[in-house]
Every structure is written in C-alpha cells, then in structure tokens.
Design a protein around this ligand. Structure first.
Ligand code: A3P
Length: 295
C-alpha cells in the first residue's frame, strides 16, 4: 500500500510548500511507523541512505572500511547485514528477521542502512544530524537491477511487466524520482554527502577521497590501493560478507552482485523500454536542474 508521512515539519528541505508524496510499502509498515519515527539517533551514527539498487552495499562497504581503519579482515569476517544493518528490513516482510532491535542494540558508533524517503526518517534524525552518505543511480540502471533483484525474491513477471509497474510507481519505496529529488534538496545539510553510482564507476579514488575527508580520515597511497582492490566488483562479487542470500532458499536467478555496470541497460533494455523510461523521467521531472540528477 501507499503510505504518506504525517510528520515532516522538521525536515530542512529546500522545496517551497513541500508536501511529501505517498510511498509504496507493505502493510507491515503502518504497524511499526510510530516505533520507526520515535527511534533513537546518535551523533556518532553513520547512515547510508538510498533508493533500492543504487549501489547501497558498495557505499556501505566503502564507508565501513574507511571508518574502521581499513580493517579488511574484520570486514570479511562479518556479514555486512550485521556490521551495517538495514533499519527497516522488518517492514518489508513479516517473515524477515526484525531489525529495529539490532540497530537499537548495536555498539556505538552504529552503522545504519535505510531506503526510507526523507519524510519518513526518525524525527530525531533532524535534531542530531548524524553523518550520512546518500547515493543515487541512473533510473534505467536502477530499473534493470531492481527487476533482477525482485525476480530473485518473489517476482514472477517479465522484465516488461516489471518496468510497467515501476513507472506506475508500484514497487517498494516508489516513487523513485521524488525519493532522489527530496534527498538532493537537502543539499545544504552538511551532515549529508551525496555521491552517485556512476561517479564511483568512473573514478572510485575521487569518491574515496571525498568520503575520507568527510569522516576526517587519512590513509597512505598503499593503503588506499588495497581499499580500491577490496571495493572492486570482482572482489565484492567473490566476498560472501557483502552478498545476500535469499531468505526463501537459494536464488534461482542472478546473484546479488549481478553485473555492476553503469550502462548495462543499453544492452539489456529494448528501444521501446528505454523510450518508456525516458518519457517517465521527463514527465516526472519537469525541472531542468533536477533532470540532471537522472542523466
Ligand atoms: P547490478 O544489478 O546492476 O549489477 P544495492 O546494494 O543498492 O542493492 O545495489 C546493487 C547494485 O550495485 C547491483 O547492480 C550490484 O552489482 C552493484 N554493485 C555492488 N557492488 C559493486 C561494485 N563493487 N562495483 C560495481 N557495482 C557494484
């Protein structure tokens, strides 16, 4: 169902007369909304926020290593879901392990992943303003990645059917564009650093440099080389600590680390599908400044 945030007056967003859109969640959401909004937030928390399939895990691993003295051994020894829990995963399916408690009980500094839209973050987030990385990714890449991800869990339709439901904003956390734009419009919040998947693909060292600076960390050239190695697609694909298993058994479809490309959609989508997604972005994003976020 669609859920619209009720309390959003504290959000320092740059959109005049902003009223958040309703976002797509499971029915579980309403039962836990209050608990979520009241959740504690600490100043030494580290948050990673995104729309699903935007490269969240990649950023989490980068941030965790940078904040933990590049301890790759510890990173490989413990699953990312334990080091960097997904705040609201319990809201996606009642069958999934309930996650608020994990986050609550984590030793500080806590590392927290979330796909919540701006309007649904815990109220305390806006008072405390913990350091946060937001990542966005091209809509066509997100669409393809989201299809394969959903197919691995529950989805039985074709790519075409999935894309049609995606542009109708029927997938979890949709609408996608509003999700990205709302985070972009928090650009004056200096606790939030914005990065993109494409930027990380193009030249990872420059993103790593920004993230190190943001957290006040500095590493030698040789140490950073090991970090780039650790964060490469091949290394992450072969690292069980950053891959996910399907809770319902072995995944039939694609692995979590599927392709890791910035322009794979050019081969994976038909011209008609590309056209449909481009028209959708044009319609949803009339503002030319905002349009740049989706190129
Ligand atoms: P693809 O399905 O296009 O391969 P999220 O973590 O938000 O769910 O995003 C998953 C996407 O990020 C997947 O995209 C995955 O392959 C990609 N990804 C993860 N680690 C990566 C890396 N080290 N390099 C490039 N892409 C990576």
């Amino acid at each position: 169902g669609k859920v619209r945030a009720k309390q959003y007056k504290d959000v320092p967003i740059k959109i005049p007369n902003w009223v958040p859109q309703a976002h797509c969640f499971t029915t579980e959401f309403k039962r836990h909304e209050k608990e979520l909004l009241e959740a504690e937030v600490y100043p030494d928390d580290v948050w990673v926020l995104s729309y699903p399939k935007s490269g969240t895990t990649w950023v989490q691993e980068m941030v965790w290593c940078i904040c933990n003295d590049l301890n790759f051994e510890a990173a490989r020894a413990t699953k990312i879901s334990a080091r960097f829990p997904f705040l609201e995963i319990g809201l996606q399916s009642a069958a999934l392990h309930f996650s608020f408690k994990d986050v609550k009980d984590m030793p500080r500094p806590r590392f927290i992943k979330s796909h919540l839209p701006v309007s649904m973050l815990p109220k305390r987030y806006w008072e405390v303003k913990p350091k946060t990385i937001h990542i966005r990714r091209n809509p066509k890449s997100v669409a393809v990645s989201y299809f394969y991800h959903s197919q691995g869990i529950h989805y039985r339709g074709s790519m075409d059917t999935f894309l049609r439901s995606f542009v109708r904003e029927h997938q979890f956390y949709s609408p996608y564009h509003a999700h990205v734009i709302e985070y972009h419009e928090l650009r004056d919040c200096d606790n939030i650093l914005h990065v993109s998947f494409e930027e990380m693909k193009r030249y990872l060292p420059s993103v790593v440099r920004k993230v190190c600076q943001f957290f006040g960390k500095s590493y030698s050239k040789a140490e950073l080389e090991l970090l780039y190695q650790h964060l490469s697609f091949k290394s992450m694909r072969d690292n069980p600590a950053v891959n996910f298993e399907n809770p319902k058994g072995p995944t039939k479809g694609e692995p979590f680390m599927r392709k890791g490309e910035a322009d794979g959609w050019k081969k994976e989508l038909t011209p008609e599908q590309i056209h449909m997604l481009d028209e959708w972005t044009k319609e949803r994003v009339p503002n030319p400044e905002h349009r740049k976020l989706f190129e």
